[in-house]
Design a protein around this ligand. Structure first.
Ligand code: PMP
Length: 284
């Protein structure tokens, strides 16, 4: 693979970042994942805008302009011949060559790293045809989940807990209410209504969430943005998650309770279809 590090395109084995980098020592870094279909970027604009917001919230410098970022994304997709896959981007606060809790001086250069992941069959995934089984776990993450930081240890543990339980993913629950999935936003459908948690600092403002809710509205579906419990979700007719890397993923089981007939529901399937159709049409 050819990867990008601070202005250079290099073979992955030659790419280097300092061991003092605050991304490595403090998880002082933010990231974005943009999917690629037909060799083109899905909702680059949305990801670029959210990256800017994450950086601002953490008083972190932007490593380059939006136009430069687009150029880097495109060049990596081309160099690595990605037809379907992902582009991962990470900006960390960099380092001034030592370990210190206090942020380094303002003129410290951020570290910008990008790499691609080749995922043939991403859009036509067997997992989406089967639907996901999820378990619920306590949400013990920090209080600024709207900032897309690389603090992903707990979400990783959540996926491991799901795996150990014979499930595919975990939904996080705080004060009795579902916040989101380990790496996706969460929804359930009851009597034709789509229920999902409203935006706040408690969840990531998903780029896919925004597109899917707009498409649902355009298709005259009813959406209720409100808090919901895991017990409500277990009684649902169907459920699903959204993320840039899995689009709309039907959920067929929650904590062992089967939803509907245990296969992906019609609303999740329809939303996946119209999301992918529009994403491909608008890809750049
Ligand atoms: N919530 C969390 C915690 C996530 O990690 C992600 C994926 N990055 C999402 C939601 C979905 O966001 P997006 O649609 O922008 O990928």
């Amino acid at each position: 693979r050819t990867v990008y590090v601070n202005g250079e395109y290099l073979p992955e084995t030659e790419a280097k970042v300092s061991i003092f980098d605050r991304g490595f020592l403090f998880a002082d870094a933010v990231y974005e994942v943009t999917s690629v279909l037909d060799g083109k970027l899905i909702d680059f604009e949305g990801h670029a805008v959210r990256l800017e917001r994450s950086l601002n919230e953490l008083d972190m410098q932007s490593a380059c302009t939006k136009e430069e970022l687009l150029g880097i994304h495109r060049k990596l997709v081309e160099l690595n011949e990605i037809e379907e896959g992902l582009v991962y981007l990470q900006v960390s606060r960099g380092s001034d060559g030592d370990r210190d809790f206090v942020f380094p001086s303002e003129d410290t250069k951020p570290t910008l790293v990008l790499f691609t992941q080749n995922k043939p069959g991403l859009a036509n995934s067997p997992a989406a045809q089967k639907g996901a089984k999820v378990i619920s776990i306590d949400d013990i993450r920090w209080g600024r989940r709207d900032i897309k930081t690389v603090q992903l240890l707990y979400p990783s543990m959540g996926k491991m807990m799901a795996k150990a339980a014979g499930a595919d993913d975990a939904w996080l629950v705080e004060d009795g209410y579902v916040t989101e999935g380990t790496s996706n936003n969460a929804y359930y459908v009851k009597d034709g209504k789509i229920i999902t948690r409203p935006l706040s600092n408690d969840i990531l403002h998903g780029i896919t969430r925004k597109a899917v809710l707009r498409l649902a509205e355009e298709a005259q579906m009813t959406i209720e943005e409100r808090l919901f419990t895991i017990d409500e979700a277990k009684e649902a007719d169907e459920a699903f998650t959204t993320s840039a890397s899995a689009f709309v993923m039907p959920v067929v089981e929650i904590d062992g309770a089967q939803l509907g007939d245990g296969t992906p529901g019609p609303i999740a399937k329809r939303l996946r279809e119209i999301y992918l159709e529009e994403a491909r049409a608008k890809a750049i």
